[in-house]
Design a protein around this ligand. Sequence first.
Ligand SMILES: Cc1ncc(COP(=O)(O)O)c(C=O)c1O
Length: 366
Amino acid sequence: MEVPTLDLSAQYEQISDKIDAALEDVVDNTAFILGPAVEKFEKNFAEYCNTKQCIGLNSGTAALQLIYEAAGLKPGDEVITTPFTFIATVEPLVHMGVKPVFADIDPKTYNLDPEDVAAKVNNNTKAIMAVHLYGHPAPMDELQTISDENDLMLFEDAAQAHGALYRGEPVGGLSEAAAFSFYPGKNLGAFGDAGGVTTDDPRLADRIRQLRDHGRAGKYSHAILGHNERMDGFQGAVLDVKLNYLEDWNSGRQENASYYNQRLADLPVETPFFADYADHVYHQYVIRVQDRDEVVEQLQDKGIGAGVHYPQPLHLQAGLSQLNYSEGDLPVAEKAAQEVLSLPVFSLLSAEQKNYVCDCLADILG
Ligand SMILES: Cc1ncc(COP(=O)(O)O)c(C=O)c1O
């Protein structure tokens, strides 16, 4: 049996008539960049996140970059974030000459440990970037308190957490601005690269709208130096259709997660924890296991799309060696990187596939 990491063609089959019609609309009105489909999605996604605005962009990385730029971060400033995330969380900072400062993570939720965040604040610190890793919200109340006490900005990287709730409130509206990725494999994914920022702050939103479009004030009038980071019409159209199914798909992920939790309870693995404040949307279903690399290899040999998110924390990446971290600096993240293993959890997994994954794991772990 094959159990892929993700089955985007099965998802497309579910809704192909609606997607095809929405794409045809874009062709008919030739609004290939921004335009009505993107505007409609921006409005609906802002509403979904309980924010005043959403700005459609061409990737999650662009969303992070434009938040950092619009916030006015300057070379020499510092932003505290987690080392246990995808590199895009910090890439734009390094390009801007802003220093990412890593705080260690909570071993259960894999999100920022507020105590270590507080310990890393200094006179150069300007912001905290919280990452809702795997679909589990970060501890926003504690991070907000640290921000308030030190006059810092607080942002969210919600690239893996569309629809996750923190104390009943959707992520994306829990800070000054949030970055979303709509990479095809995300819980809400486009048909190519796409991203967006949600915010309640009109000044930040205006600035990001201007920055995404060459700093334009008029067609050939450029008030500031900007970028070309606009969302395509086709992506807006696809995302606006898919947004209607996000709640169902997230529920499917949650059901799959509870099936795994039950079936794996007696095996020598640690199943995902969720804090009492959290509605986890399982972008990844992550267990901890000893001899992880060997277990992953054996699962893959049996046709199961097991993965590792992430095998190396950011502070030990060669591409970030200029930050001068060493092994042992962030021990909780380093240990997690050795033990985490992601199982396929997408909503359209069949009962047979889930059963097969659990049987195989039981077999491998003896
Ligand atoms: C936590 C996190 N941040 C940022 C990104 C970047 O998003 P994109 O690939 O759309 O640029 C991703 C995507 O993988 C991510 O998982």
